[in-house]
Structures are given as structure tokens and as C-alpha cells.
Design a protein around this ligand. Structure first.
Ligand code: GDP
Ligand code: GDP
Length: 437
């Protein structure tokens, strides 16, 4: 879990203004991305590459004064439970109020770090009026103006020092990697599932309310947990009739919705068919990590066992999935199957990768410097800065003066630069262009 910072204070001291300022840069970016919280009172923030979550507790309160006294205790108790660090905001214009004293007394008894901010300080004269706040018995106030951004950076610099360490890598290590196995009927999905997840594994999670067949199998390998998302019931299927074939493919594709890495199984004996490529296209659409497995390699005679030729054929037909590693295997004999999960771990690592903002901007700058984009209506296309707004898969936003003028080929050039330099060679990545205002 990311560390949580709660903003506290009576109504009108500027909590929501400060909240918006803290999350602004990020919120503006993520607004258009589905799946990212839009809850105004609870948002992810980042300062100097440190991630945390901010809660504007005032957002949960009625500003009706009658309610305030009773709600204040609930607010504080809830915040105290949830937050790692508390931020108490006072109003430098309105001066002290009895509630402030109550709050200060409460906070003094807390065992969590508390920051004290006096807001709405925009000039030196106001600074002189702060004496009364010291009567609260607090030694240090940050003087800020949430509206104008004064002093907020200094406060955030100190704030992130007190946040408990949040190790994203460890977060990833603890959550199981979710795998889907997709492919046409009879390519060997259940044989591979048995190979990777064992014949006698217990069903760990029979999801109620979803399809009856949605089961999850888990296995541990080299200290990591892997979960097989099996929507089609590949582990307990009967004979698939011709008529049911389409249906069974659709069902197996549903597992893509819920996975980190898709294993796209192909029957090498039959060669790479259009249907295989269609299935691969779904994995690309979904934006999950992917890997091609050319199965039944044992069935090929010497003459046909030409890996190079097979791979060329595959890459030619599935250009859109160029980042997906490919491997020849035999689920029947187990040939090379032991390498699959190692590769899945590598894909997953890149899939969850978070890139340092400074590094990201250097790469974009260098790329733009080396190959300038063509002029747009006689004007130069300017790249201001870039930032990563999501992982799974990594998603970047680049601020430019004319987003619509970024040519498809230039976008591909930048994507390739990112892939090479970071490196992000085995995961899908997304790049968006936004206008800088
Ligand atoms: P909340 O009720 O604590 O969330 O307070 P708001 O953020 O809604 O702010 C209350 C009022 O104070 C609004 O009219 C803001 O525009 C104003 N305000 C907030 N921060 C500042 C500041 O730094 N300077 C000044 N002058 N006004 C501010
Ligand atoms: P699914 O329909 O995709 O789940 O495919 P199955 O796992 O049921 O396999 C279909 C058939 O192909 C079965 O008869 C398997 O024994 C066979 N099979 C699966 N993998 C291999 C392989 O690597 N080599 C060979 N020779 N046969 C395989």
C-alpha cells in the first residue's frame, strides 16, 4: 500500500485548494484514463518520484457548522486510522478558532507525524500576525499559500521524508502474476496448464457470481506466486465439438481481461493460422503482456524443424505484437516448458515498470534532439516534458504544443526509443500526447 496523507482542518481553511494543488499535475494527466480514480477527495500524488495517496477529509464533511462539532471526531478518528501522516491546516487570514484548539489538542495525543500549516499567507505583513498560532503550543508551522503555491514545495519536500518506505518492487513481488492461456481448441492449452500448474492442484478460488467455469489455479515457482486464470475451464473440459468451437475460443479469451501475461499457444504442426493471429490481436487490444508458444514442436520432422523460418513467419504475421517473446515448446514432452515462467517473470517486471521522470525526460529530449519532428503548418513541434501516468502496462504522457501534429511515424520512433533505452522490450507500452496549456 502507498503511504496515506490526510489533510485536516475546519471548513474553509483551504484543504481542497491544497489537495488540488498537490494532486494537480497528476490528476490533470490521469483524468482521461479509465480505471484511475476520479474521486476528488482521495487521489494518488507524487512528489520527487515518491508516490503517496492524499485524502481531503473535508470532502467527507458537511460544512454546516452544527454538524461540525460532532463530525470532527469521526473525521479525526477515521483519518487517524487510515493515514500515515496527518496535515493540519490553519487559516492565516481568519486567525485562530476554538475548533483549531480542539483539533490541536487531539493531534498532540496522536502517535503519528503531524505537519502544521498556516495557509493563505501571501505577504510579510501576514507573517507578523502568526504569533497567536504559537499559543497552540506548536513549535513549527509551514507558512503556505495553497492558492498561489507559495511554500507548498518546501512542505512537500519535508513531507516525503516522513512517509514510510513504500517499495513498489516488493509490492509486485507479493502479488501473484496472473496468467491466461489462450489459443484455438486442441493447440495444447490444457496440456500446458497441467505442465505448469500440476495435475493435482487444488482449485483455490471458484469465483461466485461469474461464469461457472472461471477457476483459478495457483502455483509457486522460485518464490513467486502464479495464478492461472482459467475462464474456459481448460482444466476440466470435455470433448469440444465443432459447433462449440467458436464459443470455447470466446470463453478462453475472457481470461485475457483478468491477466497480466497471456500465453498465446500455437500448434506448430499446423503452422500459424489466421485464427491464431486473431487471438493474438485480442491480447494486443487488451494491453496485457504476451508471449507466443509454438507448441507440439516434438511432432515436427527434421526438415520442418526450422525455428528461424517459423519465427520469421510469426513476426511477419503478428507485427503488432513485436514485443511478445516467442519460444518453441512441447507441452507433451515438457521440452523448454521450464523456461516459460522465467520469461513470464521478465515480461511482468517490465509490465509493472515505473520509470524515473528524469530518466524519461532525458530519453525524450535526446530522441527529439537527434531526430526533430517535421514542421506543423510552418511551426516547430515542441516537446515540453513527459511523465508516466500508469503501469500495467507502462503508460506515458508527453506534453507538446500541438498534440495532433505528432505524426504516427514520429510516435513510433519515440516508442522505439523508450523501448530501447529503458529498456521496455517485452511489454506493451502506451504513449499519449497532450497539449501543454
Ligand atoms: P476547505 O473547506 O478547507 O476545503 O477550503 P477550500 O479549499 O474550499 O478554500 C476555502 C476558501 O479559501 C476558498 O474561497 C479558497 O479560494 C480560499 N483559499 C484557499 N487557499 C487560499 C490561499 O492560499 N490564499 C487565499 N487568499 N485564499 C485561499
Ligand atoms: P486444448 O484443447 O488447447 O486444451 O488442447 P489439449 O491440451 O487438450 O491437447 C490437444 C491434443 O494435443 C491432446 O491429444 C494432447 O495430448 C496433444 N498435445 C498437446 N500438446 C502437445 C505437444 O506438445 N506435443 C504433442 N505431440 N501433442 C500435444
Amino acid at each position: 500500500m502507498k503511504p496515506v496523507v490526510a489533510l485536516l482542518g475546519r471548513p474553509n481553511v483551504g484543504k481542497s485548494t491544497l489537495f488540488n494543488r498537490i494532486i494537480r499535475s497528476r490528476q490533470a494527466l490521469v483524468d482521461d484514463f479509465p480505471g484511475v480514480t476520479r474521486d476528488r477527495h482521495y487521489a494518488d500524488a507524487q512528489w520527487n518520484d515518491i508516490d503517496f495517496t492524499v485524502i481531503d477529509t473535508g470532502g467527507f464533511l458537511s460544512s454546516d457548522d452544527d454538524y461540525f462539532a460532532s463530525q470532527i471526531k469521526e473525521q479525526l478518528t477515521a483519518a487517524a486510522d487510515q493515514a500515515d501522516v496527518l496535515v493540519f491546516i490553519l487559516d492565516g487570514r481568519a486567525g485562530l478558532s476554538p475548533y483549531d484548539r480542539e483539533l490541536a489538542d487531539f493531534l498532540r495525543r496522536m502517535s503519528k507525524p503531524v505537519f502544521y500549516l498556516v495557509n493563505k499567507i501571501e505577504n510579510y505583513k501576514q507573517h507578523d500576525d502568526l504569533a497567536e498560532f504559537y499559543s497552540l503550543g506548536i513549535d513549527h508551522f509551514y507558512e503556505i499559500s495553497a492558492e498561489h503555491g507559495i511554500g507548498v514545495g518546501d512542505f512537500l519536500d519535508d513531507l516525503i521524508q516522513t512517509l514510510p518506505e513504500y517499495d513498489q518492487a516488493q509490492d509486485e513481488g507479493e502479488t501473484p502474476i496472473r496468467i491466461a492461456i489462450v489459443g484455438r481448441p486442441n493447440v495444447g492449452k490444457s496440456s500446458l496448464a497441467n505442465r505448469l500448474f500440476g495435475e493435482q492442484r487444488v482449485v483455490v478460488n471458484e469465483k461466485a457470481g461469474t461464469t461457472r467455469d472461471a477457476i483459478e489455479l495457483s502455483v509457486e515457482y522460485k518464490g513467486r506466486q502464479f495464478v492461472l486464470v482459467d475462464t474456459a475451464g481448460i482444466r476440466r473440459k470435455g470433448k469440444v465439438t465443432q459447433k462449440l468451437e467458436k464459443f470455447s475460443i470466446l470463453k478462453s479469451l475472457k481470461s485475457l481481461d483478468d491477466c497480466d501475461v497471456a500465453l498465446i499457444l500455437i500448434d506448430s504442426e499446423e503452422g500459424i493460422t489466421d485464427q491464431d493471429i486473431t487471438i493474438a490481436g485480442y491480447a494486443e487490444d487488451r494491453g496485457c503482456g504476451a508471449m507466443f508458444l509454438l507448441n507440439k514442436w516434438d511432432l515436427l520432422d527434421k526438415e520442418r524443424k526450422n525455428v528461424k523460418k517459423y519465427m520469421e513467419d510469426l513476426r511477419y504475421k503478428s507485427k503488432f505484437l513485436s514485443y511478445a517473446p516467442a519460444m518453441t515448446i512441447s507441452a507433451l514432452t515438457g521440452q523448454r516448458c521450464h523456461k516459460i515462467l522465467d520469461e513470464v517473470v521478465k515480461i511482468h517486471k517490465e509490465y509493472c515498470n515505473r520509470i524515473n521522470t528524469g530518466v524519461l525526460n532525458r530519453i525524450i529530449e535526446d530522441a527529439v534532439y537527434r531526430t526533430e519532428p517535421s514542421l506543423y503548418k510552418g511551426k516547430r513541434l515542441k516537446f515540453f516534458y513527459a511523465t508516466q501516468v500508469a503501469t500495467r502496462p507502462p503508460c506515458f504522457v508527453c506534453f507538446v504544443n500541438f498534440p495532433k501534429a505528432v505524426h504516427f511515424s514520429y510516435e513510433r520512433y519515440l516508442l522505439n526509443q523508450l523501448r530501447q533505452m529503458i529498456p521496455l522490450s517485452k511489454t506493451p507500452i502506451k504513449l499519449y500526447f497532450r497539449e501543454k496549456t
